[in-house]
Design a protein around this ligand. Structure first.
Ligand SMILES: *[C@@H]1O[C@H](CO)[C@@H](O)[C@H](O)[C@H]1NC(C)=O
Ligand SMILES: *[C@@H]1O[C@H](CO)[C@@H](O)[C@H](O)[C@H]1NC(C)=O
Ligand SMILES: *[C@@H]1O[C@H](CO)[C@@H](O)[C@H](O)[C@H]1NC(C)=O
Length: 353
């Protein structure tokens, strides 16, 4: 009863004083009715001190906040959406987001975060979406996302990530989208995607990947889109893609420096015949090597790539056939000669006796 009265009082206060009540910092727009606090572009250098405990949406985007101190939101445990994009955040203290048990979306894109410690994700077990694009991350390991069991969408676009340790995503069995485009990845270790059974979108475009280990995509049994465009692939292994066990997966491979030889032609020919795989941008793949084929589309030359090889095979076959025939002829001649000699010897013997 007392609680309800208090709430009523709050509502009345809010209605009478507009957005400038005791729960609203200067520069913020506080809407008790819709439980949102909007402090976007308010020139804040630190977190506002008076956010209503009933707030579900807190928008702090486009400010100059640089630190998220420990237990910053301990009075705002009803928060569901927290927007912090476009600030100057470089430090998230351990437990900075703890006690946000209802938080489902956290946007930290366009900041200066360079490391994620274990304490970063404490208390975020129900987070569904984490935006971390355009930060300064360079490597990820098993502690980076340790407590994010419920995460469905992770956006790490445009960082400088060059290393992903094997157990980095090991708590995320619900993850559906993983965006890693525009980073510095050059190789992918077998096992880094091993738990991601729900993953539908894996975006690796714009990295430096030159090799893919054969079993790397095998665990991704829900993957419907694999984007490997704009990497450093010059060739691929058939088995890497054959091992994708899904109903249907679209694969993008444009913008790689393909080495257009007969092997590549064969791999693509086989891949294109697999019904569950769709090479959507096959018609846009261009050759980087050999030099005579540079900038040609693979599609335009693919029927000729194995011709040289076919000719070689034909020549070898012909040589073998001719050799065998010659040997047979020689053999036949020898046999006849021997027979003649035998005949002659026999006649001589007959004459002698
Ligand atoms: C951003 O934070 C750095 C320290 O991390 C500080 O030197 C710089 O002045 C801040 N920039 C702005 C625009 O607040
Ligand atoms: C990822 O972040 C970038 C940059 O903020 C944004 O443009 C893109 O839409 C995001 N992607 C998803 C799927 O959230
Ligand atoms: C192929 O490239 C053209 C021009 O860059 C683009 O418009 C088209 O969408 C690409 N096709 C596919 C399937 O990606």
């Amino acid at each position: 009863m007392l609680k309800e009265l208090l709430f009523l009082l709050l509502v009345v206060m809010d209605a009478s004083s507009g957005s400038h009540n005791s729960w609203c910092d200067p520069g913020c727009d506080c809407r008790v009715d819709v439980r949102s606090t909007i402090c976007s572009r308010a020139f804040l250098t630190q977190l506002p001190s008076r956010v209503s405990p009933n707030t579900k949406l807190l928008d702090l985007s486009d400010n100059h906040i640089s630190v998220i101190p420990k237990r910053s939101f301990s009075k705002n445990h009803k928060l569901q959406v927290l927007l912090l994009q476009n600030n100057n955040i470089s430090v998230v203290e351990d437990g900075g987001f703890s006690q946000l048990e209802f938080l489902s979306k956290l946007d930290l894109s366009w900041n200066r975060i360079s490391t994620l410690t274990e304490g970063f994700s404490i208390g975020l077990a129900f987070l569904r979406e984490l935006q971390l694009a355009h930060n300064l991350l360079t490597s990820l390991d098993s502690s980076s996302f340790l407590h994010l069991d419920g995460l469905q969408r992770l956006n790490l676009t445009s960082n400088s990530i060059h290393t992903i340790q094997v157990r980095t995503f090991s708590s995320m069995s619900s993850l559906r989208q993983l965006h890693l485009e525009n980073n510095q990845l050059s190789s992918l270790r077998n096992g880094i995607f091993s738990i991601l059974r729900s993953l539908e979108v894996l975006n690796l475009a714009g990295n430096r990947i030159s090799e893919t280990e054969i079993g790397i995509f095998k665990p991704l049994t829900s993957m419907s889109l694999l984007n490997l465009a704009n990497n450093q692939l010059s060739t691929i292994y058939f088995k890497t893609f054959l091992s994708i066990q899904t109903y249907s997966t679209h694969i993008l491979l444009e913008g790689n420096p393909w080495n257009c030889d007969c092997d590549l032609q064969r791999v693509f020919q086989k891949l294109r015949s697999i019904q569950r795989l769709f090479l959507d941008d096959y018609y846009n793949l261009t050759c980087k090597a050999p030099p005579v084929l540079q900038d040609y589309r693979l599609m335009e030359v693919d029927t000729e790539l194995c011709i040289a090889e076919t000719v070689t095979v034909l020549i070898i076959t012909a040589t073998v056939v001719i050799t065998v025939l010659a040997a047979m002829l020689m053999g036949e001649r020898m046999r006849k000669k021997e027979q003649k000699e035998k005949h002659w010897t026999q006649q001589c013997l007959v004459k002698l006796t």
